[in-house]
Design a binder for this molecule. Structure first.
Ligand SMILES: [Fe+2]
Length: 307
């Protein structure tokens, strides 16, 4: 078996509004559209994933919260209806996904080996959260690539941002090792919004884009500052600045997916490709890709950091 590769990693946020706006057959509510710039950003992600032909998509979501440890979807086929508890008017989605249980088990075993509590989720009737589903739908609406779903232990909220991000770093390194050993060609998805200040009232027509704008100017400025660093590949600075960004912009990256993904990729000082930015009920969302395959950094035996 050849060694595994991480082909690419995406910051791939999950406001369910994007699924609602697309009117896929799986989602019950109908819309007139909306949030086009973000949805068009996801078109680029879809095209690149099509080109990369991964064996598996791994996603870390903040909206599957587990109190004890980091959990992995561990049932070969999961189906059901997922409803967003905050926006049930927008997201009532009939999902069906194949899970790469072998890789999930390998990730879980590696994480336990590195000393963080991890567990397989074996409930065949488990209702997958809207964060996992929205991110996966937006990058691959055909649902024909197996997935690995990872929960948020929410350590950063129970303990501190620093301790939480430290655990996500370990989880990322465990994920990298599991991909390497199982020989998978993997794409990673960090399901996170940037600034997370949001409206407290929804417009009468949710997709009325004349009402959409950043909730706070300071949140918007933070997003632009962080995106600019990412576009320039100044990732060390991104991680140095992140605790302040999290505190001042109420950023959802606090929940750890972004750190998990970059740890798995070996923290490459690589320019992220911004596919697009847009607000959703005032929160800042960017679709950004670090294409390791294109940069010659996908091989996990190789030194990941570039000059
Ligand atoms: Fe969220």
């Amino acid at each position: 078996m050849s060694e595994g590769k991480i082909l690419s990693g995406f910051l791939a946020p999950h406001p369910p509004h994007m699924v609602y706006a697309e009117n896929p057959p799986q989602n019950e509510p109908r819309s007139e559209g909306g949030w086009e710039q973000l949805r068009w950003a996801y078109d680029h992600a879809r095209a690149n994933i099509e080109k990369l032909k991964p064996d598996v998509l791994l996603v870390h979501t903040p909206h599957w919260i587990t109190q004890v440890g980091h959990h992995f979807l561990g049932v070969p086929r999961l189906e059901g209806r997922s409803v967003d508890p905050i926006f049930p008017n927008l997201f009532r989605y009939d999902f069906g996904m194949d899970v790469d249980v072998e890789l999930a088990e390998a990730c879980c075993a590696e994480a336990n080996k590195l000393g963080i509590v991890s567990k397989m989720m074996r409930n065949p009737k488990f209702r997958v959260d809207y964060g996992t589903i929205t991110t996966l739908h937006m990058v691959r609406p055909q649902w024909d690539i197996p997935v690995v779903g990872i929960s948020a232990n929410n350590t950063p909220y129970y303990l501190s941002t620093g301790e939480g991000q430290g655990e996500m770093d370990i989880l990322g390194r465990a994920t990298r090792e599991a991909i390497r050993k199982t020989g998978r060609r993997a794409v990673l998805l960090a399901s996170n919004t940037l600034s997370h200040w949001h409206f407290h009232e929804e417009p009468e027509l949710p997709e009325d884009m004349s009402k959409e704008h950043p909730e706070r100017y300071d949140g918007y400025k933070w997003d632009m500052r962080m995106i600019e660093l990412m576009r320039k590949g100044r990732m060390k600075e991104v991680f140095e600045t992140m605790p302040q960004f999290i505190d001042e912009a109420f950023a959802e990256v606090k929940s750890g997916a972004f750190t998990w993904m970059h740890a798995a990729m070996g923290y490459p000082e690589l320019a992220g490709k911004l596919h697009g930015y847009g607000t959703v009920i005032g929160t800042g969302n960017a679709v950004i890709e670090w294409n390791l395959e294109e940069a010659g950094l996908s091989s996990l035996g190789a030194e990941a950091r570039v000059a």
